[in-house]
Design a protein around this ligand. Structure first.
Ligand code: HEM
Length: 149
């Protein structure tokens, strides 16, 4: 069975990778902003500036990049012959993608708390959660490129 977008495979993959890079940039940078925001005095000018940066990063870059990553990823997965669904790597990858979606939802929730000046987490907490997307990224790249199982 052939689908109309099969001929676009290399273009879809390029678009997928570009979207992944933009999304990951946000997933790594937003918790970094939270580290510094958590040190800023409540209601200070600095805190107001962080609020604007955080809102624009989440809504202007991360959400569109996330949707583009998922959309192009699903088209790639729907292209005949690209994924052997009997292999394990694609399922492990999808599980990690689900974890990144949960992570983004948590970031959105913490951003809303900062916007309302009700953050209760320490800079150290955000430093630690900042490591999670890095680990997911390494694992996903190895899964899609090496396809170890
Ligand atoms: C619903 C979500 C996603 C789906 C269904 C999906 C699916 C796919 C598929 C089918 C391919 C082509 C594999 C191949 O040509 O052998 C691919 C490539 C790729 N994906 Fe995803 N993906 C998703 C999300 C992600 C995320 C979140 C990342 C990184 C954080 C990612 C990173 C990559 C990379 C780096 C490639 C290129 C691998 C290569 O060179 O073959 N994907 N994806």
């Amino acid at each position: 069975m052939s689908v109309w977008f099969a001929a676009l495979y290399p273009w879809l993959k390029s678009a997928h990778i570009v979207a992944v890079v933009a999304w990951m940039a946000g997933l790594l940078y937003l918790p970094r902003l939270f580290v510094y925001h958590a040190m800023a005095p409540i209601d200070s000018d600095l805190s107001q500036t962080f609020k604007i940066m955080e809102r624009r990063l989440l809504h202007g870059i991360m959400t569109p990049a996330m949707l583009a990553t998922l959309g192009f990823g699903l088209l790639l997965a729907g292209t005949p012959g690209v994924v052997d669904w009997h292999r394990g790597w694609i399922w492990a990858k999808l599980a990690l993608v689900a974890a990144l979606l949960v992570y983004q939802a948590a970031l959105a929730r913490w951003r809303r708390a900062f916007a309302a000046e009700r953050n209760r987490h320490s800079p150290r907490f955000f430093r630690m959660v900042n490591e999670l997307p890095t680990l997911a990224l390494i694992a996903i790249v190895v899964l899609v490129v090496v396809k170890p199982f």
